[in-house]
Design a protein around this ligand. Structure first.
Ligand code: GLV
Length: 326
């Protein structure tokens, strides 16, 4: 029997290849650090049966129609805004993903960025590297304290919950959230309060974004929203850069509408090295490393491999976005 061929679009944790090969698949793996170019990916995917891809790959309607023979696509990420899910569903291609694997890892980055931004850590570290330590300054570069402040979460799913638990445990913060559905667990365990979006932005000392990028959330943090936030507020985004309008964010920090921002995601990615955000005192930027722990990345590899193996063995995809196609 000929082996089913799986295209791995990036260098993924070795576990993915190991599991797929042990299960009898042939793995065709892109072996360069940069993402596989779009047209090359189409050419190679045409020769394969399944695709293991990630958020840097554009899986749009054109790609899907060119590769409509694919039995399954599985995404090495929890977010899948790079994939045209409606088109995949029309073509009856199951789309797998990796939910929950990175809840703790991403919440750590959100929590870390909150503290780093409140205390200007990246900017102060850069001063040392620039030879500008100076001397102990009784009134210089004063930050904010977080104890007893109000955390506002947009999208209180599992990652948001892990962030809220950290903020409650470390600083006894009050938790507000805005969600389509009620999160009873957060209300019972953390005394979280569900509020409308206006209340969330106007009452929070820290806004932490944990929702998906969708047409509804694209650019939702814009000038008019930043204007409604507290002038002492921190904006933390570890979800997707497209959820905030970058120019409006820069202006909001420069004109004092908000205090600062901690970003693990930008738009575009990578961020240009001359971006003004990188030199701002109250801003900390990371290069999208929310899920970058050994534990999370191995779990994501396991989920992707499991999706493909289960699909061929039993026509079941345990972690699936569009279950209606099965
Ligand atoms: C990372 O951003 C992910 O969606 O998993």
């Amino acid at each position: 029997m000929t082996k089913k061929k799986v295209l791995l679009s990036r260098i993924f944790p070795k576990l993915a290849t190991q599991l797929l090969e042990e299960a009898g698949f042939e793995v065709i793996a892109w072996d360069k650090e940069n993402p596989m170019p779009y047209t090359e990916m189409i050419t190679v995917a045409k020769e394969c049966d399944a695709l293991f891809c990630t958020l840097t790959d554009k899986i749009d309607a054109n790609f899907l129609n060119a590769c409509s023979h694919l039995d399954i696509i599985t995404q090495f990420a929890v977010g899948y805004d790079n994939i045209d899910i409606d088109e995949a569903t029309k073509l009856r291609i199951p789309i797998g993903y990796a939910p929950n694997a990175m809840n703790e890892a991403t919440a750590d980055i959100a929590f870390g960025l909150m503290i780093a931004t409140a205390r200007k850590m990246f900017f102060m570290n850069q001063k040392i590297k620039d030879g500008k330590w100076g001397s102990f300054d009784p009134v210089g570069h004063l930050g904010l304290e977080l104890k007893g402040k109000t955390l506002g979460i947009l999208g209180l799913g599992r990652i948001g919950m892990s962030m809220a638990q950290r903020c409650k445990g470390a600083y006894n913060m009050d938790i507000l959230y805005h969600n389509r559905s009620q999160n009873k667990k957060a209300e019972e365990a953390l005394d979280a309060k569900r509020v409308d979006f206006e209340t969330l932005v106007s009452q929070s000392d820290v806004i932490s974004v944990h929702c998906a990028l969708t047409p509804d959330t694209k650019g939702i943090f814009n000038k008019s929203v930043f204007d409604k936030m507290k002038s002492t507020a921190l904006f933390i985004n570890t979800a997707r850069g497209g959820i905030h309008n970058e120019e409006d964010l820069i202006n909001a920090i420069q004109n004092g509408s908000i205090w600062g921002a901690g970003l693990d995601v930008t738009n575009p990615e990578p961020m240009h090295p001359n971006n003004p955000l990188l030199n701002m005192e109250n801003v900390c930027v990371l290069p999208h490393i929310g899920s970058a722990t050994v534990t999370a990345r191995n779990e994501m590899a396991l989920m992707g491999a499991t999706n493909i193996i289960s699909f061929y063995k039993e026509r079941r995809v345990p972690f699936i976005v569009n279950s209606e196609v099965l």
